[in-house]
Write a protein that binds this ligand. Structure first.
Ligand SMILES: NC(=O)c1ccc[n+]([C@@H]2O[C@H](COP(=O)([O-])OP(=O)(O)OC[C@H]3O[C@@H](n4cnc5c(N)ncnc54)[C@H](OP(=O)(O)O)[C@@H]3O)[C@@H](O)[C@H]2O)c1
Length: 338
């Protein structure tokens, strides 16, 4: 089958950084689904895994942790899906990614695709929806039934892939007042269209901008980009007894002592935790994605597709990686069909 992979970890302008390859079609066992991949989206995790280093792979490494497609075979222990079901999912970072014509994924981390979206628009959602949902509702404990209505959340990176769905979840389900960060007119416009009540610029003086909009402190902070530079402002802007959740690794020690006087909570969210450790509640991601699909079909949530980059091949994927590495994506980058 066709796939896109790598043997060497190279800068993205090197034509060998991602290459078109032929690999054996896998077989479904246990609780695995074999999915015919119709569309994929690209995430910063792909660029982080691909980052230059000296390792050389003997068999090609396939990236890609966001897909929409059709179940074409199921392992003998599968109970949640049938052959022919349209699905969307992110998969597990401990297994090969989905940038291949056929792909194996464990059923407990797969959702039924929203019926109202084609594969392209559905592929934009899974990884980021799981991340933003778990950050907001599981880690920060915001009520997805709107019981925290009127409380405030500051979303760093409002127009990025995670921010684009995070704003919608906070606004539509959490009923929160959403302040999102964006640094350019086009990213600010996008974040507003998705439901942000206010926009502040993450490259400017945040406390001063918050004062200007009359919201000096917030109940929750979601750091969906660049933890290192954004953490001090988050610590300053969080209310006493509020909660901060970040999804991005820090490169220097974080000054968590800034939170002590306020008894503010600090959480990590890593959407691969459940599949990586095979936690007993792994099936929550199946339920979460199926609920996201229901909310999309009900018109409550919308796709976050920002740019369609054409067919699934090495050249288009290199383009996607290059765009993501610039750190200015708006919504999700999606590719369709081999
Ligand atoms: N832990 C997890 O499970 C998990 C899951 C998904 C993603 N992530 C990580 O989360 C990060 C964001 O992912 P993504 O898919 O949303 O990325 P993305 O789509 O590439 O994010 C692009 C956005 O980032 C904004 N941005 C750039 N610099 C920023 C800064 N200093 N502060 C705040 N926003 C900034 C840009 O806004 P402007 O153009 O307006 O400047 C742009 O719209 C990545 O590091 C990714 O690896 C973690």
């Amino acid at each position: 089958m066709k796939a896109v992979g790598l043997y060497r970890y190279l800068p993205i302008d090197d034509a060998e950084a991602l290459v078109d390859i032929e690999i054996p079609k896998p077989e479904a066992t246990g609780r695995d689904l074999l999915v015919k991949v119709e569309a994929i989206s690209v995430n910063p995790v792909d660029t982080k895994v691909r980052a230059p280093k000296d390792t050389v792979e003997k068999t090609p490494r396939v990236l890609g942790w966001d897909a929409a497609g059709t179940v074409v075979a199921a392992g003998p222990e599968v109970t949640l899906f049938e052959v022919g079901d349209p699905v969307f999912y992110a998969g597990s970072i401990t297994r090969p990614g989905a940038n291949s014509e056929f792909h194996l994924v464990e059923e407990r981390i797969v959702g039924h695709k929203p019926a109202s979206l084609d594969f392209t628009h559905a592929a934009a959602l899974p990884l980021t929806a799981i991340t933003a949902w778990e950050a907001l509702f599981d880690r920060l404990g915001v009520s997805p039934q709107g019981a925290d209505e009127g409380r405030t959340v500051l979303v760093f990176g409002g127009a990025g892939g995670v921010g684009s769905i995070g704003i919608q979840l906070a606004k539509q389900l959490g009923k929160l007042k959403v302040i999102a960060t964006a640094s350019r007119p086009e990213s600010a416009k996008w974040a507003r269209e998705l439901g942000a009540d206010h926009i502040v610029n993450h490259f400017g003086d945040l406390p001063a901008q918050m004062k200007e909009i009359g919201i000096e402190q917030v109940d929750y902070v979601l750091i969906f980009n660049d933890t290192d530079p954004n953490f001090p402002a988050a610590a300053q802007l969080i209310k006493p007894q509020g909660g901060i959740c970040t999804i991005v690794e820090n490169s220097a020690a974080l000054p968590v002592d800034l939170l002590k006087a306020k008894s503010a909570a600090f959480h990590w969210e890593f959407m691969f935790t459940r599949s990586m450790f095979g936690t007993p509640d792994m099936i929550e991601q199946h339920k979460l994605l199926t609920e996201v699909a229901r909310l999309v079909d009900a018109g409550t949530l919308r796709t976050t597709l920002g740019q369609h980059l054409g067919g699934i091949n090495a050249e288009n994927l290199r383009r996607a990686h290059r765009l993501l590495e610039q750190g200015r994506a708006i919504g999700k980058l999606v590719l369709t069909g081999f």
